[in-house]
Design a binder for this molecule. Structure first.
Ligand SMILES: O=P(O)(O)OC[C@H]1O[C@H](OP(=O)(O)OP(=O)(O)O)[C@H](O)[C@@H]1O
Ligand SMILES: Nc1ncnc2[nH]cnc12
Length: 190
């Protein structure tokens, strides 16, 4: 789902969100236009608008789990979980969770990685949304969906602040809906 299709067309909060994202060319390697959401977090109104939009979206969907992807999903997910009355489950990079875990590897625009979840963090019957800052290839979200489904949860949707228009990821997301607030910024927008 894209900015024009997310039911928020004309919502002035989206422009504020987009403008608060800093674009850093060639980071972390040449050719990547890095979308830096740390500048969005510095603006209390825009940060709150972002969380509010996710909360409005998910508050009446009977969601029991908000899963956040390390690291940038941790910046939005917990606030959404608290506001909608769901538990927050961190999906972490390898070697960070101390308990029994299951893991899923995936490929990124700039390398390979792996996500892990604590066994027992979600149960059969849980209804989950996955929150992250950005979807590019969809590899990360797709690993998150697999982890949650392996634990018996139903993944209702993935919510990201930024999404590339092509969403190659849509194919990889096993048909799960994707709720995206804004498209990536180009340098000339800044
Ligand atoms: O759709 P994809 O191609 O999978 O890429 C999206 C992922 O890449 C970024 O995280 P990154 O792996 O750089 O980790 P970080 O949040 O720890 O910086 C971003 O925060 C997403 O999690
Ligand atoms: N262009 C990008 N900016 C920020 N994070 C990313 N993760 C994958 N691609 C990215």
């Amino acid at each position: 789902m894209f900015a024009a299709e997310n039911g928020l067309k004309g919502d002035p909060r989206l422009q504020g969100i987009s403008q608060a994202i800093r674009v850093v060319p060639d980071f972390p390697k040449p050719g990547i236009m890095f979308q830096d959401i740390t500048t969005l977090l510095l603006n209390h109104k825009v940060f709150k608008d972002t969380v509010d939009i996710f909360v409005d979206r998910y508050k009446d969907m009977d969601i029991s789990v908000v899963a956040g992807i390390e690291a940038r999903g941790f910046m939005f997910g917990p606030s959404v979980a608290l506001a909608i009355g769901a538990k927050f489950v961190p999906l972490r990079k390898p070697g960070k969770l101390p308990g029994k875990i299951i893991s899923e590897s995936y490929e990124l625009e700039y390398g390979k990685d792996c996500l892990e979840i604590h066994v027992g963090a979600v149960q059969q019957g849980d209804k989950a949304v996955v929150i992250d800052d950005l979807v590019a290839t969809g590899g990360t979200l797709s690993a998150a969906i697999k982890l949650l489904e392996r634990m018996g949860a139903e993944v209702i949707e993935c919510g990201c602040v930024i999404g590339v228009p092509e969403v190659k990821g849509q194919i990889r997301l096993k048909g799960k809906p994707l709720y995206i607030l804004v498209e990536p910024r180009e340098l000339e927008d800044c």
